[in-house]
Design a protein around this ligand. Sequence first.
Ligand code: SAM
Length: 276
Amino acid sequence: MDAVNEPSIAGVRELAPEPAPGAEATGWWTTLYDDALADVLLDAADPAETEATAEFLVRALELAPGARVFDQCCGTGRLSIPLARRGFEVTGVDLIEAYVARARAAAERAGVVARFHAGDAFAWTPEAPCAGAFNWWTSFGYADDDATNVRMLARAHDALRPGARLALDFHNVAGLLRGFREHVVTRRQTAAGELVLLRESRVDLPRGRLEKRWCFFHPDGRRSAHDSAVRLYLPTELARLLEAAGFVDVRFCGDVRGGPLELDSERCIALARRRP
Ligand SMILES: C[S@@+](CC[C@H](N)C(=O)[O-])C[C@H]1O[C@@H](n2cnc3c(N)ncnc32)[C@H](O)[C@@H]1O
């Protein structure tokens, strides 16, 4: 990384809030996901990749025309909206009310109907059983302990009709470690000017976690920082957690083109079925 032209982590470290007492009970994910993160990543995702993902989900979840689909941890509706445009009846849930508001506004702009709810995916399930569900872009594995993480998978399981499938998109731990990048800088032009995100990553092997510091350099000169920690589950461990949540027939692929899961695969996508 070019030390002259790139933003520096120095001076931002002290901006990261000290973990509050009882932070484990609330979790870093309640504060990381703000407007800046949505602007720089979620709403700036490559539209071609998003469309390819929507197509993949239709195939992988074996969705019949008009089927009801659950988007667990839907963010700003990035995937819900292309699926609603394809005629599916989509219900999304996200913890962050501002993201739910963005998703509703995006659906309105797109002229599609999709239901978005503010809720905690560790507890929330849609009213009616769904023909498919997905949890996308590493929205899983945030708690340190497996039992808590299984609870989110169990809610996805509860959301499904017997025999229906879940697609879970997680980082491919092998590829992540082989190509490990300590620093990643992302720049976005916003209406207010350039927004820069510097991500500093480290691996805590004894705890099996990928830890990141997210430093935002706002167009008005402000700086903000957050920490995150996601579990480094290998595919075998993901399979064990999915089975603990009640799923059967767990299999994997490595990208949204349906390629096999290999050392350098972009992603680790688990497909699992609720028992028929
Ligand atoms: C990396 S983003 C992915 C968003 C979306 N799935 C996508 O592909 O664009 C992770 C999302 O998970 C949401 N999230 C994290 N923990 C959650 C929880 N316990 N309940 C509901 N949403 C949660 C965050 O608010 C955030 O929108």
